[in-house]
Write a protein that binds this ligand. Structure first.
Ligand code: AMP
Ligand code: MN
Ligand code: MN
Ligand code: MN
Length: 276
């Protein structure tokens, strides 16, 4: 059975390795099929594709789209999209375009909380001028001793209700899924266990995702406990979604799970790759 890892990041968004380095690390760690899924970005795919040919692994063209739903931010992983598809390319650009202003507002909020210079500080960690993420702010906060580690930086400053959090309107769910399907891809709800919703809210979310045409949900993710693997496998069966898995790798030493370390999907689900 080939090892699939369908979610990871490179320096084209908030990862620490270049697309080529990510692919070579995946190959060295036993991954057979890898999707590069940078936040709101597909620019790393040509380099990743060339590296995958050299390393003899299969690359899936992907991206992870930022979406607003109710008062939450969701992530939708696009798999097997055409990276040249103009509406998707433009759609991703439109999602990214709000990030600069948001970063300025995050920096202002952190300054008001007594931490000046955050925009310049975060920019030192930015690896693509096309995209600034909260991750870059988190690295700055850790470096400055304001947080113990990345998780702590998010917990103290960068999540809803905390001093450096700024609400932002991303793409809508129907819009994101239209772009993904228009580009020939599949839409996967990323790490559903990470959204701060009630069990009723989760049902509403999964219904809305299905109504918008969602294809699969991530069942195995480092954001989930083993109990959640079983829970989301059951949700997938109940709602008729396929199941996906991804390490959400961002870089050595900074990630919850390394490339090649994913456990298998639970029995009884239909893998997202079953139709490939
Ligand atoms: P953004 O798209 O700018 O809102 O940044 C989202 C990114 O922040 C995610 O993709 C993760 O890489 C990172 N992130 C979010 N929450 C956490 C957390 N609790 N610990 C570490 N990284 C996080
Ligand atoms: Mn990220
Ligand atoms: Mn995500
Ligand atoms: Mn991710």
């Amino acid at each position: 059975m080939p090892h699939y890892d369908l979610h990871c990041h490179s320096t084209c968004s908030d990862g620490l390795l270049t697309p080529g380095e990510v692919v070579r690390r995946a190959a060295a760690h036993g991954v057979d099929v890898l999707a590069l899924t940078d936040h709101d970005e597909m620019q790393g795919l040509p380099e990743a594709r060339a590296a995958a040919q050299d390393a003899n692994i299969e690359l899936v063209d992907g991206a992870e789209l930022s979406v607003s739903w109710e008062e939450h931010t969701l992530h939708v992983v696009a798999l097997r999209v055409d990276p040249e598809n103009a509406p998707l390319v433009q759609g991703l650009a439109s999602i990214r375009s709000g990030r600069d202003l948001r970063a300025q507002r995050i920096a202002d909020a952190l300054a008001a909380a007594g931490i000046p210079g955050a925009l310049e500080g975060a920019r030192k960690y930015v690896t693509s001028e096309r995209l600034i993420c909260r991750t870059h702010f988190a690295r700055f906060l850790v470096e400055g001793g304001h947080a113990r580690d990345m998780k702590d930086a998010f917990r103290q400053y960068l999540t809803a209700g905390k001093p450096g959090f700024v609400a932002h309107a991303w793409a809508t769910l129907p819009q994101a899924l239209e772009w993904i399907h228009g580009a020939g891809g599949q839409a996967v709800l990323a790490h559903p266990g990470r959204y701060n919703v009630s069990s009723q809210g989760m049902r509403r979310l999964l219904q809305d995702f299905r109504d918008a045409g969602g294809d699969a949900i991530e069942v195995v993710s480092p954001s989930h406990t083993a109990a959640q693997y079983a829970q989301f496998a059951s949700h997938a069966r109940m709602f008729g979604f396929k199941a996906s898995c991804g390490s959400d790798f961002h870089g050595p030493g900074e990630s919850w799970m390394d490339l090649g370390a994913l456990p298998p999907l639970p029995a009884g689900v239909q893998p997202v790759w079953s139709s490939w």
